[in-house]
Design a protein around this ligand. Structure first.
Ligand code: ADP
Ligand code: MG
Length: 393
């Protein structure tokens, strides 16, 4: 996104704020969505992930109020303005989309931070439910805004933990910590190599254009109705595997072959563990390749990650598999479904010249199945969450 485009977006959200609430916002904060290059379903196993922030972001115009009232509005959310008092916040007290923002305020108060009421208006171009983490973008934009407006002095990894806690305990979604950390901690032009156990992290330079490559994101537009239940089932299966192996988390397995042999009597636990253990290895291998500038060699690592999700973790779907197959047949270097699973988006590593043909081939393959037309865009590693107005100049 150019500065000019960003200025236009900031002006729009500020104007809409003023029309809704009758005064100017004190500032606009934005937090991005993300794609995960590799490291799927590893975050709740204390493992490794490698996300990249997207230019698509949630933008939140905010002003403090003198009382304890909170008003929320979203350009994309149904039902007009949502209103509640800070004192009335209990897990689940605000339903629907407002829960993601209410939860962020709830968790700050749980931590003993003093807040005042707020007026908020949100405008996000992160597609929702597509595995690009639109939910974390909302939470992180608000937590960063509160940190600055109320002078809380909370560091970003801690804000990410709070965002996760609000999504777990307020919204009721048992998510790991990757999405929130990616939104808050990613840097422009880099992937974030993150250890989800202690949130230690390193920016891994990812100059795709410089390497003559592009990352195509294809949205299958498949939203799995039972994704929550499937997620819980995988998560408890991983916990069972760790228990059977006598380790605190699958992350702690040292001898992969021995661990898989030890799980021979529990076919499901063995499959789930095999995905997580080999996926952690793939993240470390991907980082090694990026550090060495061997960007093209990343392709087969991505494709192997897809096979593992499809065959071992069983979280793919026919649409995602078809995108991967079609992209590879068109000459892509590698491809995999990204995000929680059962649809959402597929990332394709390719040379830029092939990207349009890949997108076209995927579209016609989907048409031949009479599936919804997929959408696609090229991802460039964007900055993490920040205030975009007023800017310090
Ligand atoms: P993902 O994070 O992969 O996009 P989730 O199911 O975790 O999918 O989060 C999607 C939910 O986040 C939406 O159903 C909605 O409640 C909320 N949400 C995301 N973006 C917006 C927005 N711009 N306005 C209102 N709600 C939003
Ligand atoms: Mg989400």
């Amino acid at each position: 996104m150019t500065q000019q485009q960003l200025d236009a977006v900031v002006e729009k959200v500020s104007k809409e704020f003023a029309a809704l609430y009758g005064s100017e916002p004190e500032g606009v904060w934005q937090a991005p969505g993300r794609v995960n290059l590799i490291g799927e379903h590893t975050d709740y196993n204390d493992g490794f992930v490698l996300p990249v922030a997207l230019p698509q972001a949630a933008r939140l115009a905010v002003a403090r109020r003198a009382d304890g009232v909170v008003r929320l509005h979203s350009a994309q959310g149904a039902g007009g303005t949502v209103e509640f008092t800070l004192d009335s916040l209990r897990p689940g007290s605000v339903p629907g989309w407002g829960a993601y923002l209410a939860g962020a305020l709830w968790v700050l108060r749980e931590q003993g931070h003093a807040l005042s009421g707020l007026d908020l208006h949100l405008d996000s171009d992160v597609p929702t439910g597509a595995g690009l983490s639109s939910s974390a973008a909302l939470e992180c934009a608000l937590l960063l805004a509160c940190d600055e407006l109320f002078g809380l002095g909370i560091d970003r990894p801690t804000l990410a933990r709070l965002a996760q806690r609000s999504e777990n305990d307020y919204v009721g979604a048992p998510v790991g910590v990757m999405d929130q950390t990616a939104s808050l901690c990613c840097a422009e032009g880099a992937a974030l190599f993150l250890d989800t156990r202690d949130l230690s992290q390193r920016q891994v330079p990812l100059d795709l254009a410089g390497a003559g490559l592009a990352l195509l994101v294809v949205d299958t537009r498949v939203e799995h109705g039972h994704a929550d239940g499937e997620y819980r089932h995988r998560r408890s299966g991983c916990e069972r595997a760790a228990r059977l192996l006598g380790v605190p988390a699958l992350r702690d397995v040292e001898d992969v072959d021995a661990a898989l042999a030890a799980l021979a009597d529990d076919e499901e636990a063995q499959r789930l563990a095999r995905h997580v253990l080999t996926e952690n290895d793939r993240v470390r291998e991907a980082v090694r390749l990026l550090d060495a500038g061997e960007f093209r060699a990343l392709g087969p690592v991505l494709t192997a990650g897809h096979a593992s999700q499809r065959d071992d973790f069983r979280i793919s779907c026919p649409q995602s598999d078809l995108v991967v197959e079609t992209a590879l047949a068109q000459g892509a270097l590698g491809a995999r479904q990204t995000g929680g699973g059962f649809g959402g988006c597929v990332i394709v590593l390719t040379t830029p010249d092939l990207a349009p043909a890949i997108a076209e081939a995927v579209t016609s393959a989907f048409a031949s199945h009479a599936w919804n037309a997929p959408t696609s865009f090229l991802a460039t590693p964007a900055p993490g969450a920040r205030r975009v107005a007023p800017t310090a100049e």
